[in-house]
Design a protein around this ligand. Structure first.
Ligand SMILES: *Cc1c(COP(=O)(O)O)cnc(C)c1O
Length: 495
């Protein structure tokens, strides 16, 4: 059955999946949402027999209904191939009473690879389908991981250029090095003087600038987004929850139909929203446990119904979650508000103007699937240390935030259902925080030295992604003010 996509901010005409993927964001700045959430049409037993690629097809076909089977299978096989260092694509490790779903075996050893290795192919297929002749310019704001994963995904993909903005002092040294050493003649990396929210706001403004869009059109360019608001990223993230359930069933860790809980370290709310969609599609999920770091806007929201970004922005050891406006939450707000774009627009305008909004009591009741909590900096480090000492398994700080919150959830509720924790980054991506937590102090040692130390302590090999950038030359040196992003884009395109 065909599924069309609506904007969360306007009634207007619904668009096809390929149009939604191409546009990224709707004209009024809304996010595209499927007009209804489809239901899984294979049994859990059948899923337990499938490879990752097969599962991906079965999930994606339900959403991307204007793609042929062959088109989708091609996108999937180009995405989930040897770029991943394991054939399983997402292995599951049991440690400290939870199942860690390792989403970090792709090109950049973080979970953004899961969606960003397939998005470029979906985008090119969408462009062909819609007779787009323009060169597609991907604009992205990154708090660290998206940037490199998007650059790696789009590098030298015919018909595209990619420009990535990142907060110059808000990402880890390895994250920065990964980005500024990116190869590919269509890749551009820009550090901004500002934080992630500034970068994201700047990109949103450029997307919303109609005059600029028309001018670009005349020059043979059009924008698209690789940020987690693109529906072409959200849907591929549903896949691994379905796959994880299948694996646990296959290995006899759960019974068919048994409910599992899912814990997700959350920033922009994309990953956990994908788990929510999986639940709505019929996957037996109990609680969706939303873990925040000290930027605990979501924790406060789930407790009070008020979303309030007016607070100090804290730089933490889990920088990919240092976010005050979680863009993908808008899709959930729209849904629990009864798919009412006018009401949603009112909330989002209030957020834009006063920095906060409060949902209705009726909407609050529909948030019962979610549990929110947060971990402080000390708790995060303590969790890394404790899990390592108890089990030998090393968590990165983002995953540790989730593990800590999961413990709080168990203590608070006594709910001990089998639980999948989304493990979103390799500890090798955040070696300094990890080694500070488990290995004592290493003054003066650089991140690569620390990676070698970590390798020794954890008995795991330093990933290829880290080895490769050890000696790679810096290819990108552009820096701009947070108010000069539009001009920078025009300079890069030479228009
Ligand atoms: C992006 C990211 C997150 C947050 O995911 P969202 O989908 O934005 O909520 C968590 N951990 C890591 C390592 C990330 O890169």
């Amino acid at each position: 059955m065909e599924i069309l996509y609506n904007s969360t901010r306007a009634k207007g005409k619904a668009v096809t999946a390929s149009e939604a993927i191409l546009k990224g964001l709707s004209e009024e700045g809304g996010l595209f949402v499927p007009e209804r959430i489809p239901v899984l049409d294979k049994t859990l037993k059948e899923f337990s027999q499938m490879t990752y690629q097969q599962t991906a097809y079965e999930v994606m076909k339900l959403y991307f209904t204007d793609f042929s089977r062959q088109e989708l299978e091609e996108c999937i096989s180009k995405a989930y191939d040897e770029k991943f260092d394991t054939q399983e694509i997402v292995p599951i490790k049991e440690a400290a009473g939870a199942f860690y779903l390792e989403l970090f075996h792709g090109a950049t050893i973080a979970f953004k690879d899961m969606a960003l290795s397939v998005l470029p192919h979906l985008l090119i297929a969408s462009a062909k389908k819609n007779q787009v002749k323009n060169e597609i310019v991907i604009l992205a704001a990154t708090s660290g991981d998206t940037g490199k994963a998007a650059l790696a995904g789009f590098s030298d993909v015919e018909g595209t250029r990619i420009i990535v903005f990142y907060p110059k002092s808000g990402v880890s040294p390895i994250q920065e090095k990964q980005m500024v050493t990116q190869k590919g003649k269509n890749t551009y990396v820009v550090g901004i003087h500002g934080n992630f929210d500034d970068a994201q706001r700047g990109v949103k403004e450029i997307f919303g600038d109609r005059e600029l869009a028309e001018y670009m059109q005349g020059k043979g360019f059009q924008f698209s987004s690789a940020n987690s608001i693109n529906i072409g990223r959200l849907v591929p993230q549903i896949v691994y929850y379905v796959y994880a359930y299948g694996r646990l069933l296959k290995e006899g860790r759960i019974q068919e139909g048994e409910k599992i809980n899912v814990t997700v370290p959350t920033g922009n709310f994309g990953n956990i929203l994908a788990a929510f969609y999986a639940k709505e599609m019929g996957l037996p999920i109990g609680k969706l446990i939303c873990a925040s770091n000290e930027n605990k806007v979501l924790f406060d929201f789930f407790r009070s119904g008020t979303y309030d970004r007016n607070r100090e922005f804290v730089l933490t050891s889990s920088p990919s979650m240092d976010i005050l406006v979680s863009s993908n939450l808008e899709r959930l707000i729209y849904r629990i508000g009864g798919n009412d774009p006018d009401q949603n627009l009112a909330f989002m305008s209030a957020l834009g103007q006063g920095g906060s909004y409060q949902v209705t009591g009726d909407m609050m009741e529909k948030l019962g699937d979610f549990y929110g909590n947060y971990a402080s900096q000390e708790e995060t480090a303590e969790t890394i240390r404790k899990v390592y000492e108890d089990t030998g398994y090393v968590l990165d700080p983002h995953t540790a935030v989730a593990a800590c919150v999961y413990e709080k959830y168990k203590r608070e509720t006594g709910d001990h259902k089998a639980t999948v924790i989304a493990s979103t980054a390799s500890p090798y991506k955040f070696t300094r925080s990890v080694m500070d937590a488990i290995g004592g102090q290493y003054p003066g040692m650089d991140d690569f030295g620390l990676a070698d130390e970590l390798s020794g302590l954890s008995h795991t090999a330093v990933p290829k992604a880290v080895e490769e950038i050890r000696t790679a030359p810096v290819l990108h040196k552009r820096i701009c003010g947070k108010d000069a992003m539009k001009q920078t884009v025009m300079d890069i395109l030479g228009i």
